[in-house]
Design a protein around this ligand. Structure first.
Ligand code: PGA
Length: 251
């Protein structure tokens, strides 16, 4: 089965009610009903109900940016997978590099979050990627494989198969420096080869998104690569025109 392209916006900690209303109105006006790609916006948790209301009947899917690995209880400030599912959202990012680097999330914890998402019927988007230093030390594949293996070792390939992978080189996130289509394709292909060692069908079916300074100018070439199945877009997802232009580049 051909892999359906997924274009996902990651709004991060941006926006307010007014901004979100405008952004969604802009997106809906420009969205073509005959959309081929799946379109997703990952909103700040507190605005999920608003975004879900605004996307009703639009075909745009809604996701969160993080969840607790715990199911419920005395975890002040945390949000569970069950709560996210209860609002009606369908996806959740796990292990975004900002969560790993700024909030100390280990790959083991990210694996537990991946599982917690699935346990609640949410599709986890497992974010992985190397720092510039790791790339310069030729450690890119070791790093991204270890981030994937944390899920594989703990929960197995059939669990991993239910999610999506987003390869986001840390040096490309929010920097305006994007991986070249060739650089990204190479990592995506090697990720798929790695998965194939566990299960060829899972490798073939797995959607692997690219993220890191994707914009309307570079999207088409990136998305044209054989193993790039979509994008995870930060900055450019906050502008309706740019985000829709990327969706259009996906075809
Ligand atoms: P960016 O962010 O598009 O602003 O680089 C991508 C991300 O962090 O998911």
């Amino acid at each position: 089965m051909a892999r359906q392209t997924l274009i996902a916006g990651n709004w991060k900690m941006n926006g307010n009610r007014e901004f979100i209303n405008e952004l969604m109105t802009g997106m809906k006006q420009q969205l073509d009903a005959n959309w081929q790609s799946e379109v997703l916006v990952c909103a700040p948790a507190i605005y999920l109900p608003l975004v879900i209301d605004l996307t009703e009947d639009s075909g745009i899917k809604v996701g969160a940016q993080n969840l607790s690995h715990e199911a419920q209880g005395a975890f002040t400030g945390e949000i569970s997978g069950a709560m996210l599912a209860d609002t009606g959202c369908q996806y959740v990012l796990v292990g975004h590099s900002e969560r790993r680097s700024l909030y100390g999330e280990s790959s083991a914890m990210v694996a537990d979050k991946f599982k917690a998402a699935l346990d609640n019927g949410l599709v986890p988007v497992l974010c992985i990627g190397e720092t510039l230093e790791e790339r310069e030390n030729d450690a890119t594949m070791d790093v991204v494989k270890a981030q994937i293996d944390a899920v594989l070792d703990q929960y197995g390939v059939s669990t991993l198969a239910k999610g999506v992978i987003a390869y986001e080189p840390v040096w490309a996130i929010g920097t305006g420096v994007t991986a070249s289509p060739e650089q990204a394709q190479q990592v995506h292909a090697e990720i798929r080869e790695h998965l194939a060692q566990f299960d060829a069908q899972v490798a073939d079916d797995m959607r692997i998104l690219y993220g890191g300074s994707m914009n309307p100018t570079n999207a088409e070439q990136l998305l044209a690569q054989a193993d790039i199945d979509g994008g995870l877009i930060g900055g450019a997802s906050l502008k309706a025109e740019q985000f829709i232009a990327i969706c259009k580049a996906a075809g």
